[in-house]
Design a protein around this ligand. Structure first.
Ligand code: AMP
Length: 215
């Protein structure tokens, strides 16, 4: 059966890394709204140009735009057949309500990592411009700043600057915590410790999902 999951967590909590791993494990498409916006920006579409000003400064795009994007995405065949793993959406109470109106959710998982830890991780994070693979200054690709997976250039994201990081973390506390609370109220939330090696965290996530979701 197709699994429908939401992964919450502060920026830098490891959501991107874990979403890719979970998506492989459950065969459910990984839907990252941040990746969708970055793709539109790279393609230089009108929408991408509109999105750029928000994304580069670390501000959230309006709920109507984001809900429109997701409402459309969940009608695609891959999602209808295999469910989804949502990463970076919903980010506000309005998005959370809108999501629950358009589709049932099996489980939302909050990947818990303290603010001090994510601050460190975000400032040292580097990403492949082409495939989105994640590295850090402490764990760089084998050949300097060339992606191990695809040969793309590995760079610092424009919104991983101290100002944008602070703005994004503030938006998380102000806007996303109420969205998480809504899933908790509906009995759909589990908390998972996001500290440790990626495979350890993945194991905890799979245990949490298997214990709750009908997969
Ligand atoms: P992320 O890669 O998830 O950290 O997203 C990067 C940026 O894209 C965010 O800082 C926002 O500017 C924008 N963004 C991504 N997802 C959303 C969302 N659900 N609602 C509003 N803005 C978003």
């Amino acid at each position: 059966m197709a699994v429908k999951l939401v992964l919450f967590g502060r920026q830098g909590a490891g959501k991107g890394t874990q979403s890719v791993l979970l998506s492989k494990h459950y065969g459910a498409p990984h839907i990252s709204t941040g990746d969708m916006l970055r793709e539109a920006m790279a393609e230089g579409t009108d929408f991408g140009r509109q999105a750029q000003q928000y994304v580069d400064s670390g501000a959230l795009l309006p709920d109507e735009i984001m809900l429109g994007l997701i409402t459309e995405r969940v009608t695609h065949d891959d999602v209808v057949a295999n469910g989804f793993l949502l990463d970076g959406f919903p980010r506000t109470i309005g998005q959370a309500r809108g999501l629950l109106d358009i589709t049932p959710i099996d489980l939302a998982v909050n990947l818990e990592v303290p603010r001090e830890t994510v601050l460190e991780r975000l400032s040292s994070r580097r990403v492949c411009q082409d495939c989105g693979a994640i590295y850090s200054t402490a764990l760089p690709p084998a050949s300097p700043w060339t992606c191990d997976n695809c040969g793309g250039e590995v760079v610092q994201r424009a919104d991983d600057t101290p100002e944008a990081i602070n703005k994004r973390l503030e938006a998380y506390e102000r806007d996303t915590l109420p969205a998480i609370a809504l899933f908790a109220e509906r009995g759909l939330l589990v908390e998972v410790d996001g500290l440790g090696q990626p495979d350890e965290v993945l194991g905890r996530l799979i245990d949490a999902v298997d214990a709750r979701a009908t997969v």
